[in-house]
Every structure is written in structure tokens, then in C-alpha cells.
Design a binder for this molecule. Structure first.
Ligand code: SF4
Length: 376
């Protein structure tokens, strides 16, 4: 039997289970086979780690902001956003008190604005419940808004030196290849097993470096899509997929269901130097963010003119503008743009007319509207 520690309902528990078979497609390697990776991986990391701004002056706040920004966003994209964010909001208290509109402006271009809002909610929770001191224990970190197991593990290990794994897509790929596991990456049990296995090999004195070394190996050497750089890998001698020639087949990911496609029509309404925007509903996709007025579907010119007439918007001229596609995780918007020169700023109360300058400097439009913002 193998004894290992897992995290269940806010606490760690020891469990006993049968050793796991190699490459069976059912389970992960026994812990003993992962243990030898720690030393060579840490040595490699110290020599090869990229210099990234969040790796300097490590603090829970800096680690947390970087991890939230890095979700679904590339490192190169994040760096300037991170530096600007930290320079304007250098402390948790500053984040807790910044007006939401300014926060969203700092986030503009990163997308997934709920991440920014949750950052602020969590900062306020730390101020209210923890006296402004970021909690050091994993369950307390996990309880903060917008922080899941991965981010909580990253903060606990990197900023507080705790032996808590942070298992993201990079780490899953590395461990599945090392162990030859053909478990489905999308299956939550796979992640739970890998967390459990890593938990037991965390080097007590170097938890932060170990977390970052696994992430770094996945990001720079054990690359996705069947093209790992095994020749430069410090773990090559331990790697089952490399030995078996199966790096192109592992990791295994069940195909995703196709995304739903929604047709949208974006209306760019101008009146002199003014342009119309409105707030989205407080719930659901892009909740509470600004948008250009939109219609469902792809109506033709006559239908759009009729809609504008019924809305009390007097139009001098209507012309086709750009088209664009925006991909959300579960949904695609296929958007046709129309530009209308209006005779006045009359129209529904939900429309807010603003100057082009204010639109650029103060109003945050989601990335979905980027192609249309450029037309203003
Ligand atoms: S040897 Fe190759 S497949 Fe195995 S962990 Fe290293 S880079 Fe990944």
C-alpha cells in the first residue's frame, strides 16, 4: 500500500491506496518514482529561470496579482500590464480602495474582467477579515474570492514556502509525460491525483522554487502539442513518455464540445464628436461592463433602420463597418458592425453619449469590441 496526503474539505488527510501502475491510463506513478525529480529540477531552475518581474521582491500580493493575470494570458502579454498595475496599485490596500472604473481601465486588454473584480473583492476581504495581512494558510487563501486550488497553491508555496502544489496545465502535462499517464487531463480526478502525488515530494526548504520549476519546465521545455525539447530537459532520464516515444500522444485530453456561435450586430452610433455606449446587465457574460449597443443576429440595413427609428434614434446615414469574431471559452460572437451618423443624441435612456477622448481614456470596453473601438 502507498500512503499519501490529500487535501479534502479544507484539511489534509492521509489515505492508503494500491500503488499506481505505469502508463496504464488509469493512474499516476507511485510517489517513489517522482521523488528523484526534485533535485535535478531545482538545479535546472536556478540556472535557467527566466527573469520575470513577479519573481523579484516576492510577496503574497505580487505573486497573487501575477497568477491571476497569467490565467489564460501569455507571459509576454502580462509583463507590461503587471508592471503598470503594481506601479499604480503597489499594495493590497491600494487595490482594495481603487475605484472600479480605474481598476477595469488598468485591466483593459487582458480580458476576463471578472478576474479584476474578484481581485478587488479578495483585497477587501483581506482588509476586513485579516486586518490587511494576506493569510498564510492554504485554506484561508483558498477561501478568498476568485482564488482556486491552483492560485492558492502558487501563493502558499511561492510566497509562504508551504508544501502545497499548484497544478496547472503545464504541470499536468509534465507529470503525465514523466509518468506515461494517459489519464484524461480534463478529468478533475487526474488533477487531484497529481496534486496528491506532488504533495508528497515537495522539498521542505524550497517549496516556492519547486512550484516555479515545474511551471517553468512546462512553459519552456516540456511544451504542448507534441514538441517537447527533451534534449534540454533535466528530467529526461526519468521520463516515461520520452523513453516510449509517446510525447506526441501524452497528455491525453478528451475533445471539447464545440463552442456555441452567436451572431451579433454592433452599432457604432455617432453624433458629431460623441459616440454611444451602454452598460451590460449586472449578471452573466461581461457583466456590468460597457459595450456598444448591440442587436442579436445579423439583420439587414432595412431592419437596422427600423430598429433605430423605433428606438427614437434619428439617423442621417448608415453604412457597414468592420466585422469581427470574438472567442470566449464556451461561446463565439460573430459580429457585423454598422456605423450610423445620428442627427441628435436622442434615444433610449440606457444609451450614454460620450466623447471619443473619454471613450479612449476612461471607459473600459471589453476586448470583444476591440475591432469596433478602433473605428471610433
Ligand atoms: S523528457 Fe521531454 S517529455 Fe519528458 S518531461 Fe522532459 S521535456 Fe517533457
Amino acid at each position: 500500500m502507498v500512503r499519501r496526503r490529500i487535501f479534502v474539505k479544507n484539511d489534509f488527510r492521509w489515505i492508503h491506496e494500491e500503488p499506481l501502475a505505469i502508463g496504464s491510463g488509469r493512474c499516476i506513478l507511485p510517489i517513489m518514482q517522482l521523488k528523484p525529480i526534485t533535485e535535478p529540477l531545482l538545479r535546472w531552475y536556478r540556472l535557467n529561470a527566466r527573469e520575470l518581474p513577479w519573481r523579484k521582491n516576492i510577496s503574497p500580493y505580487r505573486t497573487w496579482v501575477s497568477e491571476i493575470m497569467l490565467q489564460q494570458t501569455r507571459v509576454d502579454t502580462v509583463i507590461p500590464y503587471y508592471e503598470r498595475f503594481l506601479s499604480e496599485l503597489p499594495t493590497l490596500e491600494a487595490l482594495a480602495s481603487v475605484p472600479e472604473e480605474r481598476l477595469l481601465k488598468l485591466w483593459e486588454g487582458l480580458g476576463y474582467y471578472s478576474r479584476a473584480r474578484n481581485l478587488q473583492k479578495a483585497a477587501r476581504a483581506v482588509v476586513e477579515k485579516h486586518g490587511g495581512v494576506f493569510p498564510a494558510e492554504y485554506p484561508d487563501i483558498l477561501a478568498l474570492p476568485g482564488i482556486g486550488e491552483y492560485t492558492a497553491g502558487a501563493i502558499a508555496s511561492i510566497a509562504f514556502g508551504k508544501p502545497v502544489p499548484a497544478v496547472d496545465g503545464n504541470v499536468l502535462r509534465v507529470i503525465c509525460r514523466l509518468t506515461g499517464s494517459r489519464r484524461d487531463l480534463a478529468d478533475p480526478k487526474t488533477k487531484a491525483e497529481i496534486r496528491g502525488a506532488l504533495q508528497d515530494i515537495y522539498p521542505a526548504e524550497h517549496c516556492g522554487d519547486f512550484t516555479q520549476s515545474l511551471m517553468e519546465l512546462g512553459a519552456t521545455v516540456c511544451l504542448p502539442n507534441g514538441a517537447p525539447r527533451c534534449g534540454g530537459c533535466p528530467l529526461a532520464e526519468f521520463c516515461t513518455a520520452r523513453k516510449d516515444g509517446t510525447t506526441g500522444e501524452i497528455p491525453v485530453k478528451a475533445p471539447k464540445k464545440g463552442r456555441k456561435i452567436e451572431l451579433k450586430t454592433v452599432l457604432l452610433l455617432f453624433c458629431g464628436d460623441q459616440v454611444a455606449v451602454r452598460r451590460r446587465a449586472g449578471q452573466g457574460l461581461l457583466a456590468g461592463l460597457w459595450e456598444f449597443p448591440m442587436l442579436d443576429g445579423h439583420p439587414g440595413r432595412a431592419e437596422i433602420l427600423e430598429y433605430l427609428r423605433q428606438s427614437g434614434i434619428a439617423v442621417n446615414e448608415l453604412s457597414e463597418s468592420v466585422t469581427a469574431k470574438h472567442i470566449f471559452s464556451h461561446l463565439e460572437w460573430h459580429m457585423n458592425g454598422w456605423r450610423a451618423e445620428c442627427a441628435s443624441t436622442d434615444g433610449p435612456a440606457e444609451l450614454i453619449w460620450t466623447t471619443r477622448q473619454r471613450l479612449k481614456q476612461e471607459i473600459t470596453l471589453p476586448t470583444a469590441f476591440k475591432a469596433f473601438s478602433k473605428q471610433t
